[in-house]
Design a protein around this ligand. Structure first.
Ligand code: ZN
Length: 182
């Protein structure tokens, strides 16, 4: 085998991708190990420290008008609008409103919808409610710490959870594990 053929063969191996979780036990492991995706020494808030602000305070905290509309008024960003669709580095996806860690990079998958999608979440970080914006009921979810709207959860995700947490990218802040640029 020459060098080029060898490299092509190596390229076929998923040596830099993580293994897809197969069982609910794998999912539990992802959920328990989420802190290993934080940059060393970074302190993050917990859902037990609620952040309650007035409308004006939120407007100041979220100068990006779309982030304000999504998080505080349940708007939805345009499909394909978020640079986080293409984000593949190891790290944490935190709430853009309050900094609460919500997902790890290992919980993300390519759903093809144009919104960052996840098959599970860091445990205990969201509350859900049914909404009827599109007539049929959808499961809305929001950040437990600040109440910010993030997206909707559907049941057409990959096994074993079969969940698709369809998140507005503008409602997320990516924190790379290596401390690089967000
Ligand atoms: Zn939040």
């Amino acid at each position: 085998m020459d060098r080029r053929t060898f490299l092509l063969a190596m390229g076929a191996l998923p040596f830099c991708a993580h293994a897809q979780p197969k069982t609910m036990k794998d999912i539990q492991t992802l959920q328990t190990n989420w802190k290993t995706f934080l940059p060393a020494g970074l302190a993050v808030p917990s859902p037990a420290e609620p952040l309650k602000l007035s409308k004006d305070e939120w407007k100041k905290r979220l100068p990006n008008d779309l982030a304000y509309k999504v998080l505080r008024e349940e708007a939805t960003e345009r499909a394909g609008a978020s640079p986080l669709n293409a984000e593949k580095r190891p790290g944490i996806y935190a709430c853009a409103g309050c900094g609460l860690p919500l997902f790890t990079s290992e919980m993300k998958y390519e759903s093809g919808t144009g919104w960052p999608s996840f098959f599970t979440t860091i445990p205990g970080v969201f509350d859900t409610k049914k909404d009827f914006f599109l007539i049929y009921p959808r499961q809305e979810y929001h950040c437990k710490r600040c109440g910010g709207h993030h997206g909707h959860v559907f049941e057409d995700g990959p096994p074993p959870t079969n969940q698709r947490w369809c998140n507005n990218g503008v409602a997320l802040k990516f924190i790379p594990k290596d401390g690089g640029k967000a």
